[in-house]
Design a protein around this ligand. Structure first.
Ligand code: FES
Length: 165
């Protein structure tokens, strides 16, 4: 399994751009319920919701920075750092837990040397939790980029991760 730890590649990290972020915020701020659309648009532009975006959004919506931070950290979809080129989401909800998903995940994370939400140093892979993918009948379930993966036992997950370019 050591090959999983020595993946060599680079990931493009979108650079923070305050003017671009301000334009995104301005384009959504007059919507009804603008916060989530703004956060999604910021993440689409920068690969995450950078901490620098929080005060800009707070000022625009007349909210506290703590309120913005609370929303960003509450929703698992929002990232604090850009993801790797591949994202593996492992289901941690009940049906998948009952089918060994947690043990599979723990083994994979230990093998690669990541915590939940972590990205390999080469920027190749991010592993994130998800809470039900609607694939409970094929638990334990995962989502590799946009590809649903059922019966995602430890060996299958490791093969997926190892073979992804
Ligand atoms: S509980 Fe894992 S897919 Fe539903």
């Amino acid at each position: 399994m050591s090959g999983l730890k020595t993946m060599v590649a680079t990931a493009a990290t979108p650079a923070w751009n305050e003017a671009e972020a301000a334009a995104i915020i301005a384009s959504h701020r007059h919507r009804e319920g603008p916060l989530l659309p703004i956060l999604h648009a910021i993440q689409a532009a920068f690969g995450c919701v950078p901490p620098e975006a929080e005060p800009l959004i707070a000022n625009a919506l007349n909210l506290s920075r703590a309120e913005i931070h609370g929303v960003v950290t509450f929703y698992h979809d929002f990232r604090r750092k850009p993801a790797g080129r591949h994202v593996l989401k492992l289901c941690r909800a009940e049906a998948c837990q009952s089918m060994g998903g947690e043990a599979n995940a723990a083994r994979l994370l230990a093998t690669i040397g990541l915590d939940w939400g972590g990205t390999t140093p080469d920027g190749r892979l991010t592993i994130e939790p998800v809470y039900c993918l609607g694939l409970c009948a094929n638990a334990p379930a995962a989502l590799f980029d946009d590809m649903p993966v059922g019966r995602a036992d430890a060996a299958r997950l490791e093969t997926l991760v190892r073979e992804a370019a």
